[in-house]
Design a protein around this ligand. Structure first.
Ligand code: DPP
Ligand code: ZN
Length: 884
């Protein structure tokens, strides 16, 4: 397929004002009657109408009720010589939902019908102008077997339903809000629902429904609570109210994405909606809360105001991720719990987005071209996009940002717009802000790929009591962007004295000090900031709260980092200091330079955090967890995954041994949380207890001391919630304890009818720390397990992503068996579900930075995938970029 370019955008030649769809649903052959009211765009007189279609059979085309001549060209239905006046267009097609393994368009799952139309799935249902800037009002009639599909749903309001004959029934839905076709949805299935009526601040009544399979009703309470909380949060924070009488969520177990924000009818991957204490972990509860919120928030940021074209994807995704992150922080409550959420978000950004921005898939938050848009639902568009919105929020302040949002909706409600429109609205509402003064430059965040580096150097003059901070920035070239212009980088910061005081900041030339933290705006390649009346030499605490998505190179020595770890008022930078101290030691161990033994001072500092009565358990767990192998790899020019693994495992074991008594203390203090509740305090306690247990098992397993693995086994059997049960199972499996196989088979037996739990069972085994090739062999063998299938994305990911993306030491093998396995799976899945295959294909994005023999073997594997006949565009784009 050719590259599609942002600069080639043109408005549509026709508008489709209304759509009247009738579905006669049958897995083998579904008939779709599509009646549209079409109007020519007067700017394009004489243009032909080109409707997109894919994998559908055309049976009839009528214009104003009369048959017309047409052509089908490159999968498009082309109609020439259409009238200048509005006309009625009727198209009949059939499709085979039961054979749709791509899970895009109309497909079957577990005996029901479901749809997924974003980004380009609607063309697999009917011929249409499948682009987000064509917005239409929909009426949808569903006809289906009554017994098999008792529930018939589509967007908007139910206006009619009834029997057709003894076996079949129908329902008619109308959605009053004009929408792009990617927000269309239908469901026909045998489902039950949890219902809730709510009254919003505007005084309107709404019906909330969550539809699931009959056995899952006891897993819907948390999603309903999250939905109600999201509705009131958006009203309070942004003045945005629910605009529908009915808001529905449907759970489906075969789904490519996490969830989909179809107007009034969100469709969710079961993984992000179902949760109860017996089957879901604290992390799952948190994910359900944030994904429910995310999809709900899309109702305004995405649906009411949508994207002009798919290059603008971050207009809705970056903004909506920012909103769901803010929501989750507010839900977490305490300052410390908010900081924990921020640390987790940054960890994700660094682990997924930074590598993406440094590899062959690097692209701007607003990409310039693509082959398959599905490949651009990325960490860059989502997570970096959210950071860009967050920086605007920092530069204009919370109230200013709320004003900007108000203006954005005043200007653009009901329209399909661009990232520029969004930034302009935020800026225009805040004419005096730093954002507005440098808006054009700020927008380099949308146009330039790559992670900027910020160097910081400070010097103190004891004589003048001044502290001079020199900041500079640069950004490495990325594909197609050899030279970068400087970014606008908000640097939140403070100065910390070695005795622990957070010093008052007084910038040279200003009349008054400005408190103990401020935001410096770095917009030039180099800038110097001078602070006066600084009583003692300070340690700079820079990029507090991770105020910009950059790599900070501050060259702080261990002394300075220990000071920040102990005294910084910003919890993010306390954690960051510990990560830097640990990273420094990990990198020394990997390179073989420097001691392989951890120094007492570092161990003592971690002990100090662990035993600190002021700190929350959740924060301690984050500080005591070493940086991941992926993050270590990110720091290196040449990556030897086995060396990194060996180094990290060795340091982990040292921490297990050196802090043995402290881990026992931590376990004893935190392992009983009483009745289960997923709140931040008790989930933090569970996280710390589980970390302690895994450290104790690790130490025990190396000494063949069965005490702690025995305790873990007991815990595994007795736990009253999935977080503790899985934590104990993980402690056994990850330490390769003798009891692990028995525990694994008991776990499988107990949860054999819970697919989401069986996914965890696969993941745990495939992501375990590699030891003598056993993990790889086990993962390969699990492909033959009767519960394994490539057709359900969650299941395929549970094994394959765990092995190929999350477990570098098991995947990158000197004998190349990991790469052979990977290539075989990518090729196999490509024929079933190209979107899924393309995700797996990205596991070798970074082959160029691998050391030998990995590098050569990885390239060969990529070549094998590339040579597959009929390779999908999705996979072709990933592999082509990787090999370029
Ligand atoms: N469903 C995906 C999301 O909400 C794509 N819109 O991010
Ligand atoms: Zn989204």
């Amino acid at each position: 397929a050719p590259l599609i370019r942002r600069e080639d955008y043109t408005a549509p030649a026709f508008w489709i004002r209304t759509v009247d769809l009738t579905f006669d649903l049958d897995p083998a052959k579904t008939l779709v009657i599509n009646k549209m009211a079409v109007e020519r765009n007067p700017d394009q007189p004489g243009a032909s109408l080109r409707l997109d279609g894919e994998d559908i059979n055309l049976t009839r085309v009528l214009v104003d009720g009369e048959p017309v001549s047409f052509r089908v060209e490159n999968q498009q239905l082309v109609l020439d010589n259409l009238p200048d006046q509005p006309f009625a267009l009727e198209i009949r097609t059939t499709c085979a939902p039961g054979k749709n393994t791509q899970l895009s368009g109309l497909y079957t799952s577990g005996g029901g019908f479901f749809t997924q139309c974003e980004a380009l799935g609607f063309r697999r249902i009917t011929y249409f102008l499948d682009r987000p800037d064509v917005m239409s009002v929909y009426k949808v009639t569903l006809k289906a077997d009554k017994l098999k599909y008792p529930v018939l749903l589509s967007n908007g309001n139910l206006v009619e339903q009834g029997a057709i004959d003894a076996d079949r029934h129908y329902a008619v839905w109308e959605d009053p809000h004009p929408k792009p076709c990617y927000l269309f949805a239908l469901v026909a299935a045998d489902l039950v629902s949890r219902e809730q009526r709510v009254r919003t601040r505007l005084g309107k009544e709404h019906l909330l429904q969550i539809f699931v399979r009959a056995g899952d009703l006891d897993k819907t309470e948390h999603a309903m609570q999250s939905l109600m909380a999201s509705i009131s949060w958006d009203e309070i924070r942004f003045g945005l109210s629910l605009d529908l009488e009915r808001f529905m969520i449907v759970a489906v177990s075969d789904f490519n994405m996490g969830a989909m924000e179809n107007k009034g009818l969100n469709i969710f991957n079961t993984k992000f909606v179902l949760a109860n204490p017996a089957t879901a972990t604290d992390v799952d509860f948190g994910n359900v809360e944030s994904v429910v919120a995310h999809e709900y928030f899309h109702n305004w940021t995405g649906n009411r105001v949508t994207c002009r074209d798919w290059f603008q994807l971050s207009l809705k995704e970056g903004l909506t991720v920012f909103r769901d992150q803010q929501f989750s922080q507010d839900m977490a409550g305490s300052a410390s719990a908010r900081a924990v959420k921020r640390i987790e978000d940054v960890r994700t950004l660094r682990q997924l987005q930074f590598p993406e921005d440094a590899g062959p898939m690097a692209h701007p938050v607003r990409p310039d071209s693509y082959m398959a848009i599905d490949n651009f639902y990325t960490a860059t568009v989502y997570e970096k996009g959210a950071e860009v919105v967050r920086m605007m929020h920092t530069l204009v302040g919370e109230a200013g940002f709320a004003e900007g949002m108000k203006l954005y909706f005043q200007r653009h409600d009901g329209h399909a717009v661009t990232c520029d429109d969004f930034a302009q609205a935020i800026a225009d509402a805040n004419p005096e802000s730093e954002l507005t003064k440098r808006l054009d430059q700020f927008k380099h965040w949308y146009t330039q790929a790559g992670t900027p580096r910020v160097q910081a150097r400070g010097s103190y003059s004891a004589e003048h009591k001044t502290y001079t901070l020199h900041l500079s920035q640069n950004c490495a070239p990325t594909a197609g962007q050899p030279a970068k212009l400087p970014f606008v980088i908000p640097v939140a910061m403070g100065l910390v004295a070695h005795d622990g005081r957070n010093l008052n900041l007084h910038l040279e030339g200003e009349a008054l000090p400005i408190g103990t933290d401020t935001v410096l705006v770095l917009s030039e390649p180099e800038q110097t900031f001078t602070f006066v009346h600084v009583p003692v030499e300070p340690v700079p605490s820079l990029l507090r709260g991770f105020s910009a998505p950059v790599v900070l190179q501050a060259e702080l020595g261990d002394d300075a980092l220990f000071t920040l770890l102990t005294h910084d008022k910003d919890p993010f930078n306390r954690w960051e200091a510990a990560q830097r101290l640990a990273l420094r030691r990990l990198l020394q161990a990997v390179s073989g330079h420097g001691p392989a033994e951890l120094d007492p001072r570092f161990i003592q500092a971690l002990r100090g955090v662990l035993r600190n009565a002021e700190l929350d358990a959740a924060f301690k767990e984050l500080v005591l967890t070493l940086p991941s192998e992926a993050y270590v790899a990110e720091q290196l020019d040449t990556v030897d995954p086995q060396r990194i693994h060996t180094a990290r495992e060795s340091l982990k074991l040292q921490l297990a041994k050196a802090l043995h008594e402290d881990w026992i203390w931590a376990w004893e203090q935190h392992n009983d949380c009483g009745a289960y509740s997923p709140d931040p305090v008790s989930s933090g306690r569970r996280a710390l207890a589980n970390l302690a247990l895994s450290m104790l098992c690790l130490d025990g397993a190396t000494r063949h001391n069965p005490i702690w693995t025995g305790k873990a086994f007991q815990r595994f059997k007795d736990a009253n919630n999935m977080t503790d049960r899985l934590g104990a199972l993980g402690a056994l499996v990850n330490s390769h304890a003798d009891l692990a196989p028995d525990a694994l088979s008991r776990f499988h037996e107990q949860f054999r009818d819970e697919p989401l739990v069986i996914d965890k069972w696969f993941t745990l085994q495939a992501a375990a720390p590699e030891k003598d090739g056993k993990v790889f062999a086990r993962a390969k063998a699990l492909m033959q397990h009767p519960d394994f299938t490539l057709r359900t994305p969650n299941r395929a990911r549970s094994l394959l992503m765990a092995l190929c993306q999350m477990n570098p030491a098991a995947f990158h093998r000197p004998d190349a068996a990991g790469y052979v396995f990977w290539a075989d799976r990518v090729i196999e899945i490509d024929s079933i579900n190209p979107q899924l295959a393309a995700r797996l294909a990205r596991a070798l994005d970074h082959w160029r930075r691998l050391a030998e023999p990995y590098r050569t073997a990885a390239r060969e594997a990529l070549g094998r995938v590339m040579a597959k006949p009929d390779l999908s565009d999705d996979v072709r784009e990933i592999v082509t970029r990787a090999l370029q």
